[in-house]
Write a protein that binds this ligand. Structure first.
Ligand code: MLT
Length: 254
């Protein structure tokens, strides 16, 4: 499993969303290396990790990440995930609670897909395989970053669209199918023992902030940060606010 890492300190494993790769976390690899050992992998099927079965469940991804931590000799890490990465972080928390030093849930939700969303996943998988990922990237871009972010960071739209468009069709299809199979993990939230930070953007329409508020209410002692005017990619849209929140969270843990 390919990964990038930077820095020394608390191990901070950052899991990208769909259909992204580790470059989603470039501003965190660069900006948090003084306080953490930031580790950003390419999930199976994405980035430099192209070989993939027909379906990759969130549990399959979580097991890959545990293997990566084992390989790196890391017993416990702060596990952070954005969107699909958050679904995987919750699967990890359920499967490997002993390896969880802390949890970061970014622009994500604990609920499963409804029936309509599940059908949409298969449509996405077919579209990726038949028409190519660029078509999917173009369709998803407007939901990824807010109009304000697109305006204030003119290069961001291009960066995000390129990151999505270059993903492998097979990998996109496998994780789309896997997301459809994920269970509702709302019930595990009240049992999370590790310190938890929930971050989202006030303008996230793909996963509305109400989902983050509901998760934070259920996780004992968790902290909720809602960054104004940003949408689904809060870590890229407002690097300063996002990194400051993580820095504070890690500071409390150290
Ligand atoms: C993501 O950003 O990871 C996806 O949009 C999440 C999803 O489709 O549920």
């Amino acid at each position: 499993m390919h990964h990038e890492e930077n820095g020394k300190g608390i191990p901070l494993l950052l899991i990208h969303g769909f259909p992204h790769d580790h470059t989603l976390w470039e501003p965190q690899l660069a900006g948090l290396s003084d306080v953490a050992r930031v580790i950003a992998p390419d999930l199976r099927g994405f980035g430099l990790n192209p070989d993939v079965p027909d379906t990759m469940t969130m549990e399959d991804h979580a097991r890959d990440l545990k293997d990566l931590l084992d390989r790196l000799g890391i017993e416990r890490a702060v596990i952070g995930g954005l969107s699909m990465g958050g679904y995987i972080a919750l699967a990890f928390a359920e499967l490997f609670p002993q390896a969880l030093l802390g949890l970061m849930l970014c622009n994500t939700r604990s609920a499963a897909d409804g029936e309509q969303a599940r059908e949409g996943r298969e449509a996405t998988a077919r579209k990726a395989l038949d028409e190519g990922v660029a078509v999917i990237a173009e369709g998803m871009l407007p939901k990824m970053i807010s109009p304000k972010s697109a305006q204030t960071h003119p290069d961001l739209s291009m960066f995000v669209e390129n990151m999505m468009a270059r993903q492998h069709a097979e990998g996109v299809a496998a994780s789309a199918r896997g997301m459809a199979l994920r269970p509702d993990r709302t019930a595990i939230l009240t049992n999370v023992k590790a310190p938890t930070l929930v971050i989202t953007g006030s303008a996230d329409t793909l996963i509305p902030p109400s989902e983050s508020e509901a998760m934070a209410e259920k996780i004992p002692g968790s902290e909720l940060v809602v960054i104004p005017d940003v949408a689904h990619l809060s870590n890229l849209e407002d690097v300063e606010a996002f990194n400051a929140a993580v820095r504070k969270f890690l500071g409390r843990m150290a």
